[in-house]
Design a binder for this molecule. Structure first.
Ligand SMILES: O=P(O)(O)OC[C@H]1O[C@](O)(COP(=O)(O)O)[C@@H](O)[C@@H]1O
Ligand SMILES: [Mg+2]
Ligand SMILES: [Mg+2]
Length: 281
């Protein structure tokens, strides 16, 4: 594969991000529709999906486009790459005007595929600024997204001294093993949880720490989707010097038999991920 193919996807993502962001106004209401995960879609989810399919699916390098908002993988051409897209991550945050994101995985294999087939992954954070974090060739870079594209590159290395944690799921739904782990983590770290994976993992990459959405008592598979959320974000955290687990293995090793399969997710500093694996064993 020519190295420029994945770069084309990343450049197109930066261009798409501006349109996605511009589309939030007037699209914060719910539609009557649900996606394959049973989530009620906002107009902004559907708009973001359309924009991203146009920008990414239209590239010569891309053969498959798979979205959290669509049931099946779309065949979009003969290119060698497949892209997985969570068009708007944490979209319910739009109601309160809190941060949301976009998550993209770039694979050199047909989907569904494990994270070991990723050749690049990126997320866009629609915060006070629009930023984009890209994992490519073992390095992670943060950019400002502007009309000129990806600007002001900064190297992202997970800080070695962890500071923050963010755990999803209601505490009464946490299994005892996870609740015990959370108690230990709370002794040392500061809570930072906003309900959008992109924004919550971005805090971990900025300050060091751990993000988790565990398996729950009534839903052992947790909430987050392996293909669209867990694997690309794990790839980024691992490339930044951190670690990931689903409780026993790196999230990158998960084989999502079903495109919309869910998995427990733990991402962050290696010692906190190892501590999670010991607690859940
Ligand atoms: O509301 P909860 O249970 O804390 O869930 C938050 C999680 O759900 C998500 O919002 C799911 O993402 P989507 O908006 O793409 O469905 C994650 O971003 C976040 O980590
Ligand atoms: Mg999401
Ligand atoms: Mg989404």
């Amino acid at each position: 594969m020519a190295t420029s193919d994945a770069d084309d996807v990343l450049d197109a993502l930066a261009a798409a991000a501006l349109e996605v962001r511009a589309g939030f106004a007037g699209r914060r209401e719910k539609t009557d529709g649900q996606n394959a995960s049973g989530d009620q879609q906002l107009h902004a989810d559907l708009h973001a999906d359309d924009v991203l399919q146009n920008f990414l699916g239209g590239l010569d390098a891309v053969g498959e486009y798979a979205s959290e908002e669509a049931e099946t993988v779309q065949d979009v051409g003969d290119g060698p790459l497949s892209v997985s897209v969570d068009p708007l991550d944490g979209s319910s945050n739009l109601t309160a005007n809190n941060p949301t994101g976009t998550i993209v995985g770039v694979y050199d294999a047909p989907l569904p595929a494990p994270g070991t087939d990723l050749v690049a992954a990126a997320y866009v954070l629609y915060g006070p600024l629009t930023t984009m974090v890209v994992a490519r060739d073992g390095d992670v870079t943060r950019y400002a997204v502007t009309e000129a594209g990806r600007e002001n590159p900064e190297c992202v290395d997970l800080p070695s001294d962890p500071t923050v944690y963010g755990f999803g799921g209601r505490t009464p739904e946490w299994p005892e093993s996870f609740a015990d782990y959370a108690d230990d983590v709370e002794d040392d770290l500061k809570l930072r949880y906003g309900g959008a994976m992109v924004a919550d993992v971005n805090q971990v990459l900025t300050y060091g720490g751990v993000f988790a959405y565990p398996g729950l008592r009534e839903r052992p598979e947790g909430k987050l989707r392996a293909q669209f959320e867990a694997a690309p974000m794990a790839y980024i955290v691992e490339c930044a010097g951190g670690a990931s687990t689903d409780g026993s293995h790196s999230v990158l090793e998960i084989e999502p038999g079903d495109l919309h399969a869910r998995t427990p997710v733990f991402l962050g500093n290696d010692e906190l991920i190892q501590q999670a694996e010991r607690a859940l064993a």
